[in-house]
Design a protein around this ligand. Structure first.
Ligand code: CP
Length: 305
């Protein structure tokens, strides 16, 4: 079976069947990357460009490792050290990279819709590695894969996404992925960090973080994205931590155990305390490990389409 799309631009326009197929393929690759010899020849002769116009640690390294585990040829481009600084346009930059016979492009950009724009102008398959506040599809895939791994299935589970919903591409992609897989979704955070029409996506909206924790099986905690905040949405980080930070005292008040997730990078002591982030409730490093297998699956399925 093939994916329904040539590109992975977002979770909104892929099917539940696509996600299940990515998960099944990722199961096989997870077994591969835990072998002594972690490499397979699946993408030999395929060249992939990772083009990052915005900072990244996890996504960039995870894609590069996934590509190398599949034996692809890999080139990396970082806008901060490129001719973008001399005024070259996005399309010129990408067309120059493609002239070097590149088959697939993994792209992160600060502008929502940048990978969609490219997909209308170039022939190569594009994977969106995060476009501004819009979508981060492979993050949602690895998040839902990690829930499936920890809880057996995603369908029927209650997932609360807590934090800076307004600026979060992770929240939007997770909402689409969780709903396609049959989970119930709640978003929780200060009203100032809540998109005005978020309830139209069919999610519950909760302003009280303790109530959100009581409701959910899984809490996916989001980073406060200060770099995207042009105005003050709350008085201080200290006050945010007081009202919305997830700490051991809050979890101890629950009469059940919940799974704690975070896409990273964590602002420790703000949205999440270390005694929770590093506890047995947390699957944060499982998310990172699963990211490689899930990205191998996406690359493999798109390349073989
Ligand atoms: N989760 C995530 O996208 O992290 P990076 O910004 O480090 O890639």
């Amino acid at each position: 079976m093939a994916l329904s799309q040539k590109h992975l631009l977002g979770i909104k326009n892929i099917t539940a069947g696509d996600i299940e197929q990515i998960f099944t393929t990722a199961d096989n690759f997870k077994e591969v990357i835990n072998r002594p010899i972690k490499k397979v020849p699946s993408l030999r002769d395929i060249t992939i460009a990772n083009i990052f116009f915005e900072n990244s640690t996890r996504t960039r390294l995870s894609f590069e490792l996934a590509e190398k585990r599949l034996s692809a040829d890999v080139i990396n481009f970082s806008a901060s050290s490129s001719s973008v600084k001399k005024g070259e346009t996005l399309l010129d930059t990408v067309n120059n990279i493609l002239a070097m016979k590149v088959d697939m492009v993994v792209m992160r950009h600060a502008s929502p819709g940048a990978p969609h724009f490219l997909s209308r102008h170039i022939g190569a398959s594009i994977i969106n590695a995060g476009d501004g506040t819009h979508e981060h599809p492979t993050q949602a895939l690895l998040d839902t894969y990690s829930i499936r791994e920890r809880l057996g299935e995603v369908a029927g589970k209650k997932v609360a996404i807590i934090g800076d919903i307004l600026h979060s591409r992770v929240a939007i992609s997770n909402i689409f992925a969780l709903q396609k897989l049959g989970a119930e979704v709640m978003v929780c955070g200060p009203l100032t960090l809540m998109p005005r029409h978020i309830a139209d996506l069919g999610v519950r909206v909760e302003l009280d973080v303790q109530k959100a924790l009581e409701w959910c099986d899984v809490a996916n905690i989001l980073r406060i994205q200060l770099e995207r905040q042009q105005i003050k949405y709350f008085p201080s980080l200290r006050e945010y931590a007081l009202y919305y930070g997830i700490n051991k005292a809050r979890l101890d008040r629950l009469n059940k155990e919940i799974v704690i997730m975070h896409p990273g990078p964590i602002n420790r002591g703000v949205e999440l305390d270390s005694d929770v982030a590093d506890s047995g409730h947390s699957i944060i490093l499982d998310q990172v490990e699963n990211g490689v297998a899930v990205r191998m699956a996406v690359l493999y399925l798109l390349a073989n389409r």
